[in-house]
Design a protein around this ligand. Structure first.
Ligand code: ADP
Length: 328
């Protein structure tokens, strides 16, 4: 591969996700493989502004493929939203003679990358790392599969106690705008009902459905609710509402919260992150910029960053159908 790119910078930005380290490792090692330099930028865009830049070698990323979080740290950086902040970031890039940036993050990070690219005509490429799987242009984001497995494990445990006490559990999972985690874990953990931001099931239908379950002989139930569920009520309000009408159940709420972000990445996420890291470096060396790497039907693809940000990753309607059939 012949290219003008001699040095690539890599950073992780926005919310952390398991598998980000595997992606960093893949970027660093690919640079080494193609005999170009690689530097790590710490704390996302903040590190770019504050000049927190360190050369990386293939050996510098030993033993991180299995680690959750991000060894490069991440940050939300308000200064990067201003033109002055981005100019400082560009000065750091010039100082270190960085020729292109790999940004591992979510849609906020990609928005920043896109603006930076257009202001300074600087090559950038995105790798989608977010547990929510809410990015257009890839069937899977890094961290999503691990989060699903973490949630399933937690709900399985909750089910043990729900069965023992005839309890009705409302389990809140992450997903402000996207119901992928709720829908998939709801089906995977055998939830009676699943509430997601994309569909308005309505509280009355939920109540009807739970009454039906009770009549059909279910003595305990699990309802999985995404944070951003369309009813507009939070999980505690929903539980309170249902408790009034179903006095036979002992109602409990469990908010899974940040455990969903952490932990060692699943094999799927490690492989995905490795493939995306390699493909990102190859794409930069092939002259690509302002794009995000993704996977679709097992193949690596590129999409314009703008599409990745503006497009909406859709819920699979067949999953809704399956969940309805199986909650009989
Ligand atoms: P995520 O990448 O997980 O969606 P955020 O939305 O917090 O996370 O975005 C991460 C960072 O990207 C922000 O802290 C900010 O530095 C940068 N960013 C987000 N939106 C913009 C924007 N409109 N302009 C410039 N930078 C942005």
């Amino acid at each position: 591969m012949s290219s003008n790119i001699k040095k690539i910078g890599v950073l992780t930005s926005g919310g952390d996700a398991p598998g980000m380290n595997a992606a960093v490792r893949a970027v660093v090692r690919s640079c080494s493989y193609f005999s170009i330099d690689c530097v790590a930028i710490y704390k996302g865009y903040q590190g770019l502004i504050d000049d927190q830049v360190k050369p990386m070698s293939a050996r510098g990323v030993n033993n991180i493929i299995n680690r959750g979080g991000t060894v490069l740290k991440t940050a939300r950086c308000l200064e990067f939203i201003t033109p002055e902040g981005r100019l400082k970031a560009f000065k750091t890039v010039q100082k270190h003679k960085i020729d292109a940036l790999v940004v591992i993050g979510g849609d906020g990070s990609f928005t920043g990358a896109m603006i930076f690219q257009s202001e300074f005509n600087f090559p950038v490429i995105g790798i989608p790392g977010t547990i929510d799987n809410d990015i257009f242009g890839t069937s899977h984001t890094i961290g999503y599969d691990t989060a699903l497995n973490t949630v399933i494990e937690a709900i399985d445990k909750i089910r043990d106690t729900a069965i023992s006490h005839n309890r009705l559990f409302f389990v809140e999972v992450m997903g402000r705008d996207a119901g992928h985690i709720a829908l998939n874990t709801g089906i995977g953990a055998g939830a009676e009902e699943i509430l997601i931001p994309e569909e308005n099931m309505g509280l009355d239908r939920l109540l009807e459905s739970l009454k039906k379950s009770e009549k059909s002989g279910k003595s305990s139930s699990i309802v999985v609710i995404a944070e951003g569920d369309k009813t507009g009520k939070n999980v505690f309000e929903i539980a309170e509402y249902v408790e009034k009408y179903l006095p036979h159940y002992e109602v409990r709420v469990s908010v899974l919260g940040h455990i969903q972000r952490g932990g060692s990445p699943s094999c799927f996420d490690r492989v995905l992150a490795s493939r995306m890291g390699v493909f990102a470096v190859e794409s930069i060396l092939n002259g690509k910029s302002n794009v995000m790497v993704g996977v679709e039907n097992e193949n690596m693809i590129l999409s314009p960053l703008e599409k990745a940000i503006k497009g909406k990753s859709k819920i699979n309607n067949d999953l809704i159908r399956v969940s309805e059939i199986l909650s009989v």
